[in-house]
Every structure is written in C-alpha cells, then in structure tokens.
Write a protein that binds this ligand. Structure first.
Ligand code: NAP
Length: 317
C-alpha cells in the first residue's frame, strides 16, 4: 500500500516526486524501462533555467532523479502495465508487483512521431530533431527542412526562420492541414518555401545530416536535396494507452483536465505533456508536476481527515 504512486519519470514525474518526497509522502515512482522521458533523446538543452552553459538532456534528467532520490522517493525502472482507478485504493500493476495507492499522478508524457525512414535513427541529434525550440539555435544561417503540414509544422517553420537562412516545409499532400491563420502566416514569410506532394524517403549523412532523398508523389521521381537540418513535426502521441477506459481522454488521446492538474477521477492527478498539447517544454512540464504534487498532498490530507473522522473514505482501506 502506497500513499502516492507517480507513473512516469520525465520532468513532470520527477518534479512531482521531489515535491512529494519533501512532503514526506515517500512516493513510489514507476519510471519505466526507458526512464527520463523525451529529454533522454535530446542532446544539449540550452533553455532550462539554471544552466547558463546548457546541459545534456540525459544529464539533466539524472539530476532530477538524484534530487528525488535524495528526499526518499523510491524510483523503479518498471513500466506500469495496468491500472484500475474504479476501485479504492487505486490499483497499479507494474512488472513484478501490484501496488495499491491512495493517490496517483499520471506523468507519462507524449512521444513525438518520427518518420521511420532509413538513416533517421542514427542522425537523431545530428541534424534530425523533433523540437525546434530545443535545437533550432544550432542551425544559424543553415538550410533547415521541416516535415509536416499541420499547425506544429507551421509553428516550427516560423520559429526556425529566426535561425535558418532558409526554411523549406516538405508536405506529403498538396494542401496544408494547418489552421488558416498559421498557414497564411507561414506562406507569407519570405524565408519559408514549400515542397508539395513530396515524401521524405531517406536521410543521408555520415556524422551529420547532409541530404534527404525525396520522392515526388505524382511522378514517383526521386531526387536528393542537400540540407543541414530536418525538424520532424508530424504530431505527438500521448502515452495514454494504459488509461483508456480509466480516465477521460480527448479525441487525440490526451488526458482531459480543465486545469491541467485534476483528472476525471478524484485522487488521480496529471502533469506534463500527457495533458499539454500546447507548450511541451521541460520547464512547463516540471511546473505541472509541482502543481500535481501539491494537489495530491492536499487530497491526501483531506482523505486522512475523513478517515480520522470515520467518514466514508475510511472504507478505502
Ligand atoms: P496534426 O494536426 O495531426 O498534423 C500532422 C501533420 O503531419 C499533417 O499535415 C500530416 O499530413 C503530417 N503527417 C503525419 N504523419 C506523417 C508521416 N508519416 N509522414 C509525413 N507527414 C505526416 O499534428 P500537429 O500539427 O502536431 O497538431 C496537433 C494538434 O495541436 C492540432 O489540433 C493542432 O491544431 C494543435 N496545435 C495548435 C497550434 C497552434 O494553434 N499554435 C500549434 C501546434 C499544434 P496530412 O495532412 O497528410 O495528414
């Protein structure tokens, strides 16, 4: 029996763990086999406050983890495989254990979609990225390509014009999915050009991205385009498979919450990119993890008070 289980170990989950541990809740963190979240897949992080010279993503997450550990959080590199939020206490099943908990914080994040083309994996962090805010500044006066035709792609392309000499949006169709205002803004920007009806088939480069192999869909013709960077902006998938039927999710699978903290089940809180479709930054996720932890603490205090008074909640045990 745990007071608080935190599922996920990116900036939101581990910040929640630091706060909960310092509130003497001794949280159990199911960090996942691939712990640390999306920052484990990035190289240098230059926009996390407190690190004026930047810090490598994985190193930053190790510092989060060490800080949670220092105050008594138990962190297990196990994936939660099943939850039951319809009963009290809540049930969370991980690899080798079934855990009951009075409160749960869900901070499982979202995963950026990748193209899944040859060369992509090896060149991640070497010219290929899914985060313009994180990596755009590395490509000053370079030719940058953005893949995608939605609002994210337009937003990334517009942002990247601050750095690149030229930004080329490559979209697989002849029309954008983006909202009109974003599309108009991108199309009006003299630094942005578009390659339509085109699929990126391969990324080439020995140490760093150098070329993309493109296929023109109508003709089937293939050709190479020399580039310095590729930002993939074809959407994110929230990691919520586990919560289907347990928590209210929106049409895209994100957890529904009116305030970014409370979910459809009292006692289950949310933080970070699993809710946040808009900002998706390490620092915003950390802030949300903090809020979720403080709300969980208050919820547990109320539960204790009800138990002490012999109220309904006493039946939870
Ligand atoms: P999205 O709207 O789903 O758009 C994804 C884009 O990527 C589409 O153009 C899609 O092409 C393309 N795509 C998907 N898979 C692909 C693949 N394998 N290869 C090549 N292209 C692929 O995703 P999003 O742009 O991340 O936006 C998600 C949500 O957040 C939307 O509701 C959006 O409005 C919102 N959002 C809003 C803002 C804002 O208002 N400032 C900013 C960002 C996001 P097709 O068009 O052919 O399907």
């Amino acid at each position: 029996m745990e007071r608080l289980v935190i599922i996920g170990s990116g900036p939101a989950g581990l910040t929640a763990a630091i706060y909960a541990a310092r509130a003497n809740l001794a949280p159990l963190v199911l960090a996942g086999y691939q712990y640390g979240g999306q920052l484990m897949l990035t190289t240098e992080v230059e926009n996390y406050p407190g690190f004026p010279n930047g810090i490598m993503g994985p190193e930053l997450m190790e510092t989060f983890r060490a800080q949670a550990d220092r105050f008594g959080a138990t962190i297990l590199n196990e994936d939660a495989s099943h939850v039951d939020f319809s009963r009290r206490p809540f049930l969370v099943v991980a690899a080798d254990r079934e855990v009951e908990a009075d409160a749960v914080i869900v901070a499982t994040g979202a995963s950026a979609r990748w193209l899944g083309i040859p060369g992509e994996e090896g060149l991640r962090g070497r010219g290929i990225s899914t985060c313009a805010t994180c990596d755009g500044a590395f490509f000053k006066e370079r030719h940058i390509v953005v893949a995608g035709g939605g609002d994210s792609a337009m937003e990334e392309a517009l942002f990247l014009t601050r750095f690149g000499s030229k930004v080329t949006v490559i979209h697989r169709r002849d029309r954008l999915r983006a909202s009109k205002i974003m599309a108009d803004r991108a199309m009006a920007n003299p630094k942005i050009d578009f390659i339509w009806n085109t699929v990126i088939e391969e990324a080439l480069g020995e140490f760093h991205l150098q070329k993309l192999v493109l296929r023109d869909v109508p003709t089937g013709g293939r050709y190479e385009l020399p580039v310095d960077a590729l930002f993939i902006a074809i959407g994110h998938d929230p990691n919520t498979e586990l919560f289907k039927g347990q928590l209210e999710l929106d049409a895209h699978g994100y957890i529904v919450s009116s305030d970014g903290v409370h979910t459809s089940v009292p006692g289950v809180f949310v933080g970070g990119d699993v809710w946040d479709v808009r900002y998706k930054q390490a620092v915003t996720a950390a802030g949300m993890g903090c809020k979720a932890s403080i709300e969980a603490e208050r919820y547990l205090e109320e539960l204790d008070a009800e138990r002490a008074a012999g109220g309904l909640a006493a039946a939870f045990r």
